[in-house]
Design a protein around this ligand. Structure first.
Ligand SMILES: Cc1cc2nc3c(=O)[nH]c(=O)nc-3n(C[C@H](O)[C@H](O)[C@H](O)COP(=O)(O)OP(=O)(O)OC[C@H]3O[C@@H](n4cnc5c(N)ncnc54)[C@H](O)[C@@H]3O)c2cc1C
Length: 282
């Protein structure tokens, strides 16, 4: 079967190429997931629509008091963006932790979100920081959805075959907030997350935590909020909270992954992940 290729150069062309898609067609960005699946015969496509040539889909910009990350921005571009610091730094941290340099130069944020893997690093801070996805369809329309309505579970997203994610929109961080992401995995250079942990904190001049939000990825179908840990951290120094929050994370892993082959590894590694994360705020 011959595969048709579409490579729109702007949003107008994207809308008209989306109209040519069939239920067997695929969007392609960096190809780090899709090429492997196609080579293994797990995915077949009658057409591929490459979104990497659309300038608007590659930009990381501040607009109308929000930060916008184009869906075709690569992990390397995201990791070094000056707009993703302070309260939004967890996004850059997660992008910088993806695979190897070669993978990061190709893998895109839109591909990761569409892939919806529980081990997708960047998905965890996108949930924490309340990102919204702007989605284009073949009728020339755009719709905006919270990330939690886009990522539905392993390989499951809300997109129809004739839709593409155009960008992600992030509210600017609240004053005084900083965020961070850490992951633990089996190997250092190309690690698939066994735990992805992210936090947004407001630490006062006295060194005590005034506001806290925390989420964990890779232990359930989509990232989980750690509300008990958020409450516990209030009024404490970040380093003072490590032991208890580490125990809370171990308990959550025990509860959520009763059958998983690597549960003991995750439980054992939980305290270390919390230590790595919270000590960044001391
Ligand atoms: C060796 C290796 C190591 C890896 N390590 C990590 C890691 O450490 N952490 C991690 O999170 N991931 C890792 N990955 C997974 C992968 O790199 C990411 O999921 C990547 O971000 C996917 O982006 P892509 O642009 O390559 O997607 P593609 O392969 O191009 O597409 C993936 C899926 O998304 C769809 N898609 C792509 N863009 C859009 C869009 N704009 N709108 C709608 N649908 C779209 C495609 O149709 C396809 O179904 C690794 C992969 C490899 C091969």
């Amino acid at each position: 079967m011959s595969v048709k290729c579409y490579a729109p150069k702007n949003m107008e062309e994207l809308f008209s190429e989306l109209a040519k898609m069939t239920p067997e067609s695929k969007i392609i960005a960096g190809g780090t997931d899709l090429n492997i699946r196609m080579r293994m015969g797990l995915t077949k496509a009658d057409a591929l629509l490459f979104v990497g040539g659309i300038n608007e889909m590659r930009q990381i910009v501040e607009k109308d008091g929000k930060v916008e990350i184009g869906a075709a921005a690569t992990m390397s571009e995201i990791a070094k963006s000056p707009l993703l610091q302070g309260g939004l730094a967890a996004i850059a941290d997660a992008a910088g932790d993806v695979g190897s340099a070669q993978i990061r130069n190709n893998a895109t944020i839109g591909g990761s979100v569409a892939n919806a893997s529980p081990a997708g690093d960047i998905i965890v801070p996108l949930f924490l920081l309340k990102a919204e996805a702007v989605i284009a369809n073949s009728k020339g329309e755009l719709r905006c959805l919270p990330i939690s309505e886009v990522v539905l579970g392993p390989s499951k997203n809300c997109l129809s075959y004739d839709e593409a994610i155009v960008k992600f929109v992030l509210p600017l961080a609240l004053p005084g907030r900083s965020s961070a992401f850490v992951k633990l995995g089996f190997r250092k250079a190309v690690t698939i997350a066994r735990i992805g942990l992210t936090v947004s904190l407001n630490v006062g001049a006295d060194g005590l935590i005034k506001e806290a939000e925390m989420m964990v990825g890779a232990i359930s179908l989509v990232p989980l909020r750690m509300e008990a840990a958020e409450q516990y951290m209030l009024g404490k120094r970040p380093d003072e909270a490590v032991e208890t929050v580490g125990r809370m994370l171990s308990d959550l892993i025990m509860e959520k992954t009763p059958e998983e082959f690597d549960r003991d590894y995750k439980v054992g590694a939980a305290r270390g992940a919390v230590d790595d994360l919270l000590k960044r705020f001391c």
